[in-house]
Design a protein around this ligand. Structure first.
Ligand code: HPA
Length: 269
């Protein structure tokens, strides 16, 4: 709690805005931050307890400003477990945004499609998740001020926000799917056998992020919307290797639709 207070007091030296909506922007989807007006930029390296992100294509800063008339705080670049950060470290910025005043969190990621009715370029609204990271950001000393010891996960992804996103997607003529996101530690992509197992388990998409932040958000009582960009079909579905270049390329192709959808949701929250 003291760490959070320290970070927020540093951020308060750089912004006086009062965002109610937080955004976490995943691989190739960081351009949404460029739509934020009247922005205050707070690089992670200017903050205590914030290591420099190591992934290419992730900038590493908070952007606090106005999007569609709403004050928002966006994370342009996030932390991943595979970079060597603990799940606690990965989820810590969610607590910081909560302390800054957010009630809503919109989380985005790039993911591989497990559901064979999906295609690369599809957007998937996350209805639920499966945590295969082998841990939780909530493991450790119990801080009763920030949330319950045993938080409920039965509605971690807010049904009303999913409905709102579906409505807006429909109006924008952007096709969206819905499904279950499974998080794996990575950084290697899955084997075809792992993908067959994940399909049997009920997963529609697989990625290496989002779940720690959503667990933290559920603990903090935030209302969450999660959107995956299906950048590729998961391992073994098509007869071709997976590459990070393909992930970034597809994310870039659909980013206009993706940005429009997030903007429409933000406007109507
Ligand atoms: N697997 C895991 N993470 C991913 C994938 C994938 O196929 N695509 C984008 N992120």
């Amino acid at each position: 709690m003291q760490e959070i207070t320290e970070v927020v007091s540093q951020m308060r030296k750089r912004t006086s805005k009062e965002p109610k909506i937080g955004l976490i922007l995943g691989s190739g989807l960081g351009d949404l931050a460029d739509e934020i007006q009247d922005a205050d930029y707070i690089p992670y390296h200017a903050l205590p307890y914030f290591p420099e992100p190591t992934v290419k294509g992730h900038v590493g800063r908070f952007v606090v400003g106005t999007l569609e008339g709403k004050e928002v705080v966006a994370m342009q670049g996030r932390y991943h477990h595979y970079e060597g950060y603990s799940l606690r470290q990965v989820a810590f910025p969610v607590d910081v945004m909560k302390a800054l005043g957010i009630h809503y969190l919109i989380v985005t990621n790039a993911a591989g499609g497990i559901n064979t009715s999906f295609s690369p370029g599809d957007l998937m609204l996350i209805q639920d998740h499966i945590n295969m990271l082998g841990g939780s950001p909530l493991i450790g000393p119990d801080d009763e001020t920030s949330g319950p010891r045993f938080p409920d996960m039965s509605s971690a992804y807010d049904r009303q926000l999913i409905q709102l996103a579906e409505e807006k997607a429909d109006q924008l003529d952007v096709a969206v799917k819905k499904g279950v996101y499974l998080a794996t530690p990575g950084p290697q992509y899955e084997t075809p056998a792992e993908i067959r197992m994940m399909r049997i388990m009920g997963a529609d998409a697989v990625g290496m992020s989002t779940v720690p932040e959503v667990i933290e958000a559920a603990h903090a009582g935030l209302r969450v919307l999660g959107i995956s960009c299906i950048t590729n079909m998961a391992s073994g579905i098509l007869d071709q290797p997976l590459s990070h270049a393909e992930v970034i390329e597809t994310a870039n192709k659909v980013k206009d639709h993706f940005i429009q959808l997030v903007q429409a949701v933000v406007k109507n929250i």
